[in-house]
Design a protein around this ligand. Structure first.
Ligand SMILES: [Zn+2]
Length: 159
C-alpha cells in the first residue's frame, strides 16, 4: 500500500463561479486560479500523485499552459486517475478536509463525495469529504480564501 497527502489553498475574488469538489456553490465570491479553482480536487490530485510517487499537479498541468486555462478540475482528476491506472495502482480510499469560514458546505458534501467517487472509480464509501472552520483564525477564518487537506491510499496490483 502507498499513502499520499495533498494540500492546496486559493484566495477568494469577487464574482465568478465557486466550484468545490466539482459542485457549483451559490456564493458572491469565487477562488482565483488558472483553472476553475477547485481547491478540493487540486489537493486530492496532489494526494493521489504523491502516493504514486508522481510529484504534483503543477508538474503535470502547468498553469503556464494555455490548455489548462479555465479547465474543469474534474478533468484533471480523471487524467490523474488514468495515470494511476496505467501504473496498476488502485485507489483504496480518499479523505478530504475543507477549511472554510464561509460558505456553509454541509449541504454540498454528498454531491462532492459522489463526484469524487465517480472520477476516482471507487465506491461512495471510499470517498470522504468533511468541512471545518478555524473559528475565525488565520486567512481561512478571515474569509480570505479556502484551504484543503487530502490523503489518499493506493493499492498496488497484487496487494
Ligand atoms: Zn489549486
Amino acid at each position: 500500500m502507498r499513502i499520499g497527502q495533498g494540500f492546496d489553498a486559493h484566495a477568494f475574488q469577487d464574482g465568478g463561479r465557486l466550484v468545490l469538489g466539482g459542485v457549483t456553490i451559490d456564493h458572491p465570491q469565487s477562488l482565483a486560479a488558472h483553472s476553475d479553482g477547485d481547491v478540493v480536487l487540486h489537493a486530492l490530485c496532489d494526494a493521489l500523485l504523491g502516493a504514486a510517487g508522481l510529484r504534483d499537479i503543477g508538474q503535470h498541468f502547468p498553469d503556464t499552459d494555455a490548455r489548462y486555462k479555465g479547465i474543469s478540475s474534474r478533468e484533471l482528476l480523471r487524467q490523474v486517475v488514468q495515470l494511476l491506472q496505467e501504473r496498476q495502482l488502485r485507489i483504496g480510499n480518499v479523505d478530504i478536509t475543507i477549511v472554510a469560514q464561509a460558505p456553509r458546505l454541509a449541504a454540498h458534501i454528498p454531491a462532492m463525495m459522489a463526484n469524487i467517487a465517480a472520477d476516482c472509480r471507487i465506491d461512495l464509501g471510499r470517498s470522504n469529504v468533511k468541512a471545518t472552520t478555524t473559528e475565525q483564525l488565520g486567512f481561512t477564518g478571515r474569509g480570505e480564501g479556502i484551504a484543503v487537506y487530502a490523503v489518499a491510499l493506493l493499492q498496488e496490483a497484487g496487494d
